[in-house]
Design a protein. Structure first.
Length: 211
């Protein structure tokens, strides 16, 4: 079994994130996975058994605000994983996509940058950090994620995708049930109170600051 769990975060809006920064994140979060898969898949294919578990993110299904390079890398990994599942199905190899929400992890203290060179995106970073502040206060124990992985690779009839951790179901299902117009309008909220109210109405999560 291969579990691709290594990854790095990356904050930034599209206007102010350089192509080099996108490539740095992609090199770890996407190409790193490819390197590991290519190292083990020939042996799995030859023995016609094995499991490849790719840890993506809820940000691979819902575009987290002001995290463009991270989101892009996780959406890419989702696409790679979905295609891989068909590619290796004839060889008895199982592919599982695990989509964690906010989990107790070392990634958050390492992802506190807000590269807002123009000063135009203060609202975006503040709202993004507030969402994660709420999530960290309610973060899921990583052992729960491990239990989901164990289930996914041992169950007789596996699913392709498994959501887990704080915010997982709320964010993915909320996005699936809203229109694209609703999604876009969330970004145009005039102030934080309006943004948090819309966020709760769309996703069922109250991310307002405590007090």
């Amino acid at each position: 079994m291969l579990v691709n769990n290594a990854g790095v975060g990356g904050n930034g809006v599209t206007e102010e994130t350089t192509p080099a920064q996108y490539l740095d994140i992609m090199n770890v979060n996407l190409c790193g996975v490819v390197r590991c898969i290519q190292a083990v898949l020939p042996q799995m294919r030859q023995r016609r058994s094995g499991a490849i578990v790719n840890i993506t993110s809820i940000a691979g299904r819902v575009a987290a605000l002001a995290q463009s390079p991270y989101v892009a890398s996780k959406w890419a990994l989702e696409g790679l994983s979905e295609g891989l599942a068909q590619e290796v199905a004839p060889f008895g190899v199982r592919v599982v996509i695990i989509e964690p929400g906010v989990t107790k992890s070392a990634i958050f203290p390492k992802t506190v940058d807000a590269p807002n060179a123009s000063g135009a995106y203060d609202d975006h970073y503040r709202r993004m950090f507030q969402m994660y502040a709420t999530g960290i206060a309610n973060a899921t124990d990583p052992f729960e994620v491990a239990e989901v992985i164990h289930h996914a690779v041992t169950v007789d009839r596996p699913e392709l995708r498994y959501r887990t951790s704080w915010g997982g179901d709320h964010l993915v299902l909320g996005r699936e049930h809203m229109t694209d117009a609703d999604w876009v309008s969330l970004g145009s909220a005039a102030d934080d109170d309006e943004y948090y109210a819309r966020f709760e109405a769309l996703f069922g999560l109250d991310i307002r600051p405590a007090g």
